[in-house]
Unconditional design. Structure first.
Ligand code: FES
Ligand code: FES
Lengths: 212, 734
């Protein structure tokens, strides 16, 4: 784990017991996009969601994790759906799609936002950061590293949102106290109940960020 | 090689989870995949007369499935009474009736609005009392799903002859799991082979369901677990239905189909914790020695049997708590109602009855004028005592130590002696709960399950664990690697964990009942140790180094794998007919102390401190273990204080996270967790189960603390501000 590898996806060598080998035909959305990343319109990526002629598709420029994407969206499309389905960035999770759980939290111009409640059009021209964007090359970023070290999750489904909320909090307040952390993280539910570990992770991440 | 058991090896799935690369079902896309949706009834009971598709709507590209498309229309479980899709009868308000699939999700949502169900409503049975009254018969003549009776000594009738007799009635409501990842499955057909991948706890349960409904052999079905975003029991039996629905749509459309629930649909339709009412009459001596108890346990099973008989059994078996009684009767009854089927939820029936017995002993203590913990301590089960089912406790009873540690850490005794602290409008108090939880399947369950695991030697000095036990956040992957690594005498970084897929991993039995570490972990240990013996023999026979022996065995398919089946301990004897004997191979024990602050103006309760001391036999991974204790306790606190599912005419009025309130970061108290190790000889390294235990004690500890702070006695969870208010109006407040 020290090498930061996703072991579940790295079992190919182990004689058939491999997620990738087993699925064969399953293309995690990200694979298509990794190739088409710089292409002007991303819908060529695997998911192939057929669009209705409902509303005029709008052309949009999204700067996601430092890369510029030009995408065609429906006015009704949320940022969450565009990130996941058009850009293949499935790290951002849907938990309710109504602004209740925080699993879909991303940064828009450095501020933590629920991407399920944000229309893609609202993010036009803005800088969007997702959990994938916190990686420093192959290495985990400070918040991610602190989450792993403090065991700040169990099932991990709320985690991308927690990590982004923590990142947003620390950008605004680089040295939060425990109460500020508890409040700052209160928009992100964790049903596994890892909160106590999350608080420690945020505190540690603050130190990691300072040490950089 | 330093042993890894007992050390906090970091979660192996950690990095993937923090960087967004862990793939949950909704992150997977198959070529040509359609999205599926479920058409549900909206009356709790009725006769289904027809499913009408609006002729004015354009149905091109939309696949429609009804009961007519289901080969065998019954979900195979304990009883196969639940249809995959309703045909003539509607038994709850979210009953699936038809399925739709379409490539485009907007059209899918539109299509859903153009399906009309013709239903003739019938009077529903909505509560335990409705069901018992049996004015409407929805199951047999008496609406009873299952009954158990446990007796010991002279039975509950002995209560009447006791010096002090106390009676009480204790109730609990539904609890929804609210795993942050909703239920979801992708189903597709590979020729005649059915394949599904999704969010689930028990791949072999899903496989069994698919085999039964589609009439397929074992190797005609492959079920793979995607990374799963929490389960807590909610993904034990329910995912079978989702998988069947996805496969029906896939079969008819000839395309892969992804069926992922929205939050509201998940809260409404999926299983929940059984609502309960427990009536207790107990007798004791004036000095507080408990003598006799008579307990009636009533559970609301909902519309179908699902796992209710087993949940009720566990409820009944925990009803006497962690205490010694000479004479016992437990009468347990589960009834059917026209509400969504209730099912597995962490604790599995025990939290309801532990709530009741703990609250009841608090009441006995009040009657005697003594401190509840003093009373409970006096009557704790010890080594050599017999439980209500006549099981003699022969080992691994760490409850006394748990109580001591929790008392010391929390300062309970001093705080109770000092009395409630009232400052301005807040009152502060402490309360405790003492409890046990049976680890593993009840009685003879493990004998029938025949759980298996395989450990493989791989080239390059690596090993791999193959098991149907899944990691749904509890840390199975990590803990099993630790056990296998120690068994083999290698580093934990050299052990892999195979993706659970029925094609590749043996059936280890379901991931439930706190059995994963204790039962399945013990065979991981056995398999690893067997391989180690093989390695040693190979070394000796061929005069080779360990690594040469390893490579030789790894290259030989006949010798590279150890497949081990669980053998229940020989001394365990259980009689299903009389419900007596060794109910569980071992018990986890615990003592919880909660400190609360009650706002005397608004009656809001805040848990300000929580101390748990838990006997887990042996700690495999202290950090993960404490995480289980804290997470389970927080769910218990939610159940105690905020989680109320409100229904009207069989429909849920608050099916969202904004109105069904689970704890947030602001509700999480500071936890102090002490792990106690009273080893269990058959567990790996001595370990017992820990997954469910923490769900049992939170609610009664919080209730006792509220009582200490305010004098208000609450016998029903959840305890909302309005419930405290009502209790204060009725009198009893200081
Ligand atoms: S998915 Fe956006 S807040 Fe829940
Ligand atoms: S880690 Fe499971 S919901 Fe937070």
């Amino acid at each position: 784990m020290a090498d930061g590898k996703d072991d579940r996806n790295d079992l190919d060598t182990n004689g058939g017991v491999s997620r990738r080998g087993f699925l064969g035909s399953v293309v995690p959305a990200a694979v298509g996009v990794a190739v088409a990343r710089e292409a002007l319109s991303a819908p060529a990526a695997a998911p192939a969601v057929a669009e209705l002629p409902a509303g005029e598709p709008a052309k949009l420029t999204l700067v996601v994790n430092g890369r510029t994407h030009k995408v065609l969206v429906e006015p009704r499309d949320t940022l969450l759906s565009v990130l996941r389905e058009k850009l293949g960035l499935t790290g951002t999770k849907p938990g309710c799609e109504r602004g209740e759980c925080g699993a879909c939290t991303v940064l828009i111009d450095g501020v933590a936002r629920y991407s399920c409640l944000t229309l893609a059009l609202e993010a036009d021209g803005k800088k969007v950061t997702t959990v994938e964007g916190l990686m420093e090359g192959e290495e985990l970023g400070p918040v991610q590293k602190a989450f792993v070290e403090e065991d700040a999750f169990q099932c991990g489904y709320c985690t991308p949102g927690q990590v982004m909320a923590a990142e947003g909090l620390l950008r605004e307040n680089p040295e939060p106290g425990l109460d500020e952390i508890r409040h700052g993280m209160s928009g992100n539910l964790c049903r596994c109940g890892a909160y106590a570990h999350i608080f420690k992770a945020v505190d540690k991440a603050a130190r990691f960020r300072k040490e950089r | 090689m330093a042993p890894s058991i007992g050390t906090s090896v970091p979660r192996v799935d950690g990095p993937a989870k923090v960087c967004g690369s862990a793939r949950y079902v909704d992150d997977l896309v198959l070529p040509g995949m359609l999205h599926g949706a479920t058409v549900r009834s909206d009356v709790p009971r009725g006769r289904l007369l027809g499913v009408d598709l609006d002729p004015a709507f354009d149905w091109t590209g939309i696949t429609v499935v009804t009961a007519d498309d289901v080969p065998v229309n019954a979900v195979p479980l304990i009883e196969s009474d639940q249809p995959v899709l309703a045909r003539d009868e509607i038994r709850h308000a979210y009953e699936p009736v038809a399925l739709l699939a379409c490539e485009d999700r907007l059209r899918l949502a539109q299509a859903l609005r153009h399906v009309t169900l013709r239903v003739e409503p019938l009077p529903p049975v909505l509560t335990i009392d409705d069901a018992l009254a049996a004015r409407e018969a929805i199951r047999g003549a008496d609406n009873v799903i299952k009954r158990y009776r446990i007796t010991k000594g002279r039975g509950g009738a002995a209560v009447e002859g006791c010096e002090v007799v106390v009676r009480g009635v204790y109730e609990t409501g539904w609890q929804e799991h609210v795993y942050i990842e909703p239920n979801g499955m992708i189903g597709w057909w590979d020729g005649d082979t059915a394949r599904v991948e999704g969010s689930l706890q028990c791949p072999y349960y899903v496989q069994k369901g698919i085999k039964g409904v589609f009439g397929l052999p074992d190797d005609g079905v492959d079920v793979t677990q995607a990374v799963t975003g929490g389960g807590f029991g909610g993904k034990e039996e329910y995912p079978t239905l989702v998988a069947l629905h996805a496969l029906l749509l896939a079969k008819k459309s000839g395309r892969p189909v992804k069926l992922v629930y929205g939050r509201q649909e998940d809260v409404e339709a999926s299983t929940k914790r059984h609502p309960s009412r427990v009536e207790i009459a107990s007798g004791c001596d004036r000095d507080g020695t408990l003598r006799a108890v008579s307990i009636r346990v009533l559970f609301d099973g909902g519309a179908y049997v699902t796992l209710t008989p087993v949940v009720l059994s566990r409820g009944a078996l925990h009803a006497c708590g962690a205490y010694r009684w000479e004479d016992v009767t437990v009468e347990a009854v589960a009834v059917a109602t026209n509400t969504p089927p209730n099912g597995a939820f962490r604790g599995f029936g025990a939290p309801q009855t532990i709530w009741a017995i703990e609250r009841h002993l608090d009441r006995v203590a009040r009657t005697l004028g003594t401190d509840p913990v003093a009373l409970k301590r006096k009557n704790l089960l010890r080594l050599g005592d017999t439980t209500a089912t006549g099981q003699t406790l022969k080992e691994s009873v760490g409850v006394e130590e748990c109580v001591e540690k929790a008392m010391a850490a929390s300062g309970y005794v001093e705080k109770r002696e000092r009395g409630p602290v009232v400052t301005g409008r807040t009152a502060r108090g402490v309360g405790a709960a003492i409890f046990l939880h049976g680890a593993g399947f009840t009685g003879s369950g493990e004998k029938y399950l025949k759980g298996k695991v395989a450990v493989d030697l791989l080239p390059g000095g690596r090993a791999r664990v193959r098991t149907g036990s899944t990691d749904i956040g509890q840390g199975t992957e990590t803990v099993f690697r630790q056990i296998a690594a120690d068994g083999l005498g290698i580093g934990v970084e050299n052990v892999d964990f195979a993706v659970p897929s029925t094609a590749n991993v043996p059936d280890s039995g379901p991931t439930v009942a706190s059995r994963t570490v204790m039962v399945v972990g013990s065979i991981v240990d056995a398999a690893a140790k067997e391989l180690r013996a093989r390695l040693e023999a190979e070394e000796k026979a061929r005069g080779a180094t360990r690594s040469a022996a390893w490579e030789r065995l790894a290259a030989d398919p006949a010798r590279a794998t150890s497949l081990v089946q669980y053998e229940p301990p020989p001394g365990v004897v259980w009689d299903d007919a009389t419900y007596s004997g060794d109910a569980y191979p071992a018990y986890g024990w615990a003592c919880d102390v909660a400190e609360v602050e009650v706002d005397l103006d608004t009656f809001e309760t805040k848990v300000t401190g929580f101390w748990a001391a838990v006997d887990v036999g042996r700690v495999i991974n202290p950090t993960l273990c404490a995480g289980q204790v804290e997470g389970g306790t927080l769910q218990a606190i939610g159940w105690a204080l905020t989680e109320k599912l409100v229904t009207k005419d069989g429909k849920i009025l608050n099916p969202r996270m904004t109105n069904y309130i689970v704890p947030t970061s602001l509700d999480a108290p500071p936890f102090t967790t002490t792990l106690v190790e009273a080893a269990y000889s058959r567990g790996p390294g001595g370990a017992k189960g820990v997954g469910e235990l923490p769900m049992d004690g939170g609610a009664p500890a919080v209730a006792a603390a509220i009582e200490h702070a305010t004098g208000l006695v609450l016998d029903r969870v959840p305890m909302l501000p309005e419930d405290l208010f009502e209790a204060s109006v009725k009198g009893g407040a200081r």
